[in-house]
Design a protein around this ligand. Structure first.
Ligand code: ADP
Ligand code: MG
Length: 256
């Protein structure tokens, strides 16, 4: 036995806290998947400034199924866009997966978005020249590392899960609003992201389709611990949320 071990053993017996490494080992998941401190977002508008977010502080634990609720114009989309790294903060700190996103390069942000985050936009953002199936395959192809048949099979499975198994070959223009929304949902979930952001995900769906989409998300949340953050007005969506935060005029409402 060398003296180094003896010293460590001594510490371990006398001071248990000394065994704790100062830096957590790699791969140790942070408890909060999102941490926001004093976030503000201003948009210049003509000669004035729109204060869309006026100082947001929030911690979102891993595995949340959380809804952001607030009236139109309160800042829901702005908040989700900043968490999803598709827009940047004016001031403040935003940590996603323990990374300070305000300090990342465009390339690093793209990687974070592609590999760790699924985003369901209010306006779908589907690629018009691609079929429904190709739209869902798209993020898998960008990620690389999978065979064509593997990509196809994974995309097919997701499209079937959102009830569009028989619309694989349709282009977005040939689908209804609700069907486009479901393609967007399949595309956001196909990479198995650990964080999914959904801006008013059921706004364009009939209640039955909305219900099935929410059940799919709940299942992913239960089975894989996928974190979901929704914005909504919809009582149906609220029922599925495990936690709710309220936003008004760019600020979180106390007690929410
Ligand atoms: P919500 O999603 O809750 O309806 P938003 O986040 O879209 O709210 O908008 C918050 C505020 O920021 C609103 O006053 C809106 O008009 C304003 N806003 C959002 N995007 C822009 C933009 N690109 N330029 C100027 N103002 C914007
Ligand atoms: Mg919005």
């Amino acid at each position: 036995m060398n003296s180094g071990n003896a010293v460590n053993g001594e510490f371990a017996r006398q001071e248990p806290w000394m065994r704790e490494p100062t830096i957590p080992p790699k791969g140790n998941a942070p408890m909060n998947i999102v941490e926001i401190r004093n976030l503000t977002k201003n948009y210049p508008l003509g000669n004035t400034t729109v204060h869309a977010l006026r100082g947001i502080d929030m911690d979102i634990p891993k595995g949340s199924l959380m809804s952001v609720v607030g009236p139109s114009g309160s800042g829901k989309t702005t908040l989700l866009n900043i968490i999803g790294c598709v827009d940047n903060a004016t001031t403040g700190s935003v940590k996603v997966h323990d990374q300070e996103v305000t300090a990342l390069s465009d390339r690093q942000l793209t990687n974070l978005r592609l590999n760790r985050i699924g985003f369901i936009f209010q306006t779908f953002n589907l690629v018009p020249v691609l079929t429904a199936l190709e739209n869902v395959e798209f993020p898998l192809l960008l990620q690389g590392g999978r065979s064509t048949s593997e990509v196809r099979a994974k995309a097919r499975k997701l499209l079937a899960e959102v009830g569009l198994g028989d619309h694989e070959k349709h282009k977005p223009a040939e689908l209804s609003g609700g069907q486009r929304q479901r393609v967007a949902i399949a595309r956001a979930l196909v990479t198995d992201p650990d964080l999914v952001l959904a801006d008013e995900p059921t706004a364009n769906l009939d209640s039955e389709t909305g219900e099935s989409i929410l059940q799919l998300m709940q299942k992913m949340n239960d089975e894989f611990g996928t974190t979901f953050i929704f914005s909504t007005h919809d009582a149906q969506v609220l029922r599925y949320a495990k936690s709710v935060v309220r936003i008004h005029d760019g600020r979180l409402v106390e007690g929410s």
